[in-house]
Design a protein around this ligand. Structure first.
Ligand code: SAH
Ligand code: SF4
Ligand code: F3S
Length: 435
C-alpha cells in the first residue's frame, strides 16, 4: 500500500452516549492520520472496539466479538485490532493475554494518544489517567463519517464520577469527576453549529454536577448561541439538580422539555445500601419542583432491580415511586455484580425473583410510556428531521420530547426543524403531519 492510499478504520461502539462521542473523536483523531471510516470490519486496516463495562453482559460482548475477528486477523496479520473504552480501562493488558489478536488497549482518558499508539510510537497498552486534558490534544471537530451531515450532535462537558454508587464501575473506569472549562465547551459548540448542527446534547456521567471554569462576563451562554435551536443534557444525578438548572427549564426556550434523572430504586433502605445519598421522598419533591418550572417536561429514569438485600416490600416501594411520577420511558436492569465495586461481595437476590420483579417493573414502565405517547396525539410539537424514512417522501426526526416521529414531508430536508401535528402513536414512535 502506498502512502497516498487512505487506510480504513472500522469502529464499533458499545455502551452509553459518552462512548458514542468518544468514538467520534477517535475517528476524527485517526482521520488526521489518514484513516477513513468503513462500516465493515472485513476491509478495514484497523478495527477499534469501544467497550462498556457497566454490566457483565456488556463486557462479555467484547470477547465474543474478538472471537469473531480471529479468522479475519489470521488471514490478514497486518490488521490492527484495538480495544478502547471502559473494559480497556478495567482489564488493561489482561485483554491481550486473553486475546492475543489484540494489538492496542486504550482507556477512555488516554485516547488522544491512540494515533501515536497506532503508529507504534507509544506503548501498546495505555490505561493512564493522564494529567493533561485529552481534549487539548485532539483535533478540532471535523465530524466523522457517521455525523458529518447530522443536525444533532453530542458534546462531552464533564467526565468521570465521584459518587461511588455501590453497584457502579464508572468511578473506576472513567476516573474522578473533571469538568471542561466553559470557554472550550462553547468553542466546540460553535464549531458544531458552523457545521450545520442545530441540536446539542451535553454529556457527562454527572452532567448536572458540572463545576468547570466559568465564563468571563464577555462570553455568551448556550442559550445565546446563534443557530443552536435545541439543547439537551444527560445523565443527571438527583443530588446535583440545582435551582438554577430547574429555573433554566422555565426560562431558556432552547432547553428541551426532557430530563433523564435516574433514581435506581424507590426504597429508602435500598437507596441507602446503594450509597445514592437521597431518599424516595427527596426525589418526588424534586420532580414536583421541576414540573412546577416546566409542567410538560417528559421524565425518564434508570432502575436496578434485585440489588443485594432487596425484599418484596422494597420492590413494591419502587413500583409506588413509578406510579407516583409517571415516566415517559425508563431503562430497567437486573443488578449485575461488578468486580471491585462495594456491592459485589453482598448476598445476591435469587435470580428467578429478580427476573419476576424486572418483568413487573418493565410492564408498568411500558404502560406509562404508551400513555405518555398516546397523550401526544393531537398536539403540535417541534420535530428536527434527522434522516429520510423508509417510505417515499417520509422523514424521521425527534420531537421536543425526544420521541421518534415519522412525517410525510416530500419537500423537507434533513436538518429542517418544523411544527408537526401528531396523528398516531405506536409502540416506540409517533406519526405526524406537517402543520
Ligand atoms: N451516571 C448515571 C448512570 C450511569 S450507568 C447515574 O448516575 O445514574 C447507567 C445505568 O446503568 C445506571 O443508572 C444504572 O441503572 C445501571 N447500572 C449501573 N451499574 C449497574 C450494575 N452493576 N447492574 C445493573 N445495572 C447497573
Ligand atoms: Fe455510577 Fe452512581 Fe456515578 Fe452514576 S452517579 S456514574 S450510577 S457511581
Ligand atoms: Fe459503559 Fe463506560 Fe458508559 S461502563 S455506560 S461505556 S461510562
Amino acid at each position: 500500500m502506498t502512502e497516498q492510499t487512505p487506510k480504513r478504520l472500522f469502529i464499533k461502539t458499545y455502551g452509553c452516549q459518552m462512548n458514542v462521542y468518544d468514538s467520534q473523536r477517535m475517528a476524527e483523531a485517526m482521520g488526521a492520520e489518514g484513516y477513513v471510516e468503513t462500516d465493515r470490519p472485513d476491509d478495514a486496516d484497523m478495527v477499534l472496539l469501544n467497550t462498556c463495562h457497566i454490566r457483565e453482559k456488556a463486557a462479555e460482548k467484547l470477547y465474543s466479538d474478538l472471537g469473531r475477528l480471529k479468522p479475519l486477523k489470521a488471514g490478514r496479520p497486518d490488521l490492527k485490532i484495538g480495544v478502547a473504552g471502559c473494559v480497556a480501562q478495567a482489564e488493561g493488558d489482561e485483554i491481550i493475554r486473553r486475546m492475543p489478536i489484540v494489538d492496542l488497549v486504550v482507556g477512555p482518558q488516554a485516547y488522544h494518544r491512540l494515533p501515536a499508539m497506532a503508529r507504534g510510537d507509544a506503548p501498546a497498552v495505555d490505561t493512564d489517567f493522564p494529567a493533561e486534558d485529552k481534549f487539548d490534544h485532539l483535533p478540532a471537530r471535523t465530524m466523522n463519517r457517521a455525523t458529518r451531515r447530522a443536525p444533532a450532535a453530542f458534546l462531552t462537558v464533564q467526565e468521570g464520577c465521584d459518587k461511588f454508587c455501590a453497584f457502579c464501575v464508572v468511578p473506576y473506569t472513567r476516573g474522578a469527576e473533571v469538568s471542561r472549562p466553559a470557554a472550550r465547551i462553547l468553542a466546540e459548540a460553535r464549531d458544531l453549529v458552523a457545521r450545520g448542527v442545530r441540536e446539542i446534547t451535553l454529556l457527562g456521567q454527572n452532567v448536572n454536577g458540572w463545576h468547570g471554569e466559568g465564563l468571563d462576563g464577555a462570553e455568551t451562554g448556550f442559550g445565546d448561541l446563534p443557530g443552536l435551536d435545541r439543547i439537551r443534557y444527560t445523565t443527571s444525578h438527583p443530588n446535583d439538580m440545582g435551582d438554577d438548572l430547574i429555573a433554566a427549564h422555565r426560562d431558556v426556550p432552547q432547553l428541551m422539555p426532557y430530563l433523564h434523572l435516574p433514581v435506581q430504586s424507590g426504597s429508602d433502605r435500598i437507596l441507602k445500601a446503594m450509597n445514592r445519598k437521597h431518599t424516595a421522598d427527596h426525589y418526588l419533591r424534586l420532580i414536583d419542583r421541576i414540573r412546577a418550572a416546566r409542567p410538560d417536561i417528559l421524565l425518564t429514569s434508570d432502575f436496578i432491580v434485585g440489588f443485594p438485600g432487596e425484599t418484596d416490600a422494597d420492590h413494591a416501594a419502587t413500583l409506588r415511586l413509578v406510579e407516583a411520577v409517571g415516566f415517559g420511558t425508563a431503562f430497567s436492569f437486573r443488578y449485575s455484580p461488578r468486580p471491585g465495586t462495594p456491592a459485589a461481595g453482598r448476598e445476591p437476590v435469587e435470580g428467578a425473583v429478580a427476573d419476576a420483579r424486572l418483568q413487573e417493573l418493565q410492564a408498568l414502565l411500558t404502560r406509562q410510556q404508551r400513555a405518555v405517547q398516546d397523550a401526544m396525539v393531537g398536539r403540535t410539537v417541534g420535530v428536527l428531521f434527522e434522516k429520510a424514512g423508509r417510505l417515499p417522501g417520509q422523514m424521521v426526526g425527534k420531537s421536543d420530547y425526544l420521541h421518534p416521529v415519522f412525517v410525510d414531508a416530500p419537500d423537507a430536508q434533513v436538518g429542517d426543524l418544523v411544527p408537526v401535528r401528531i396523528k398516531a402513536s405506536s409502540t416506540n414512535s409517533l406519526a405526524g403531519e406537517l402543520v
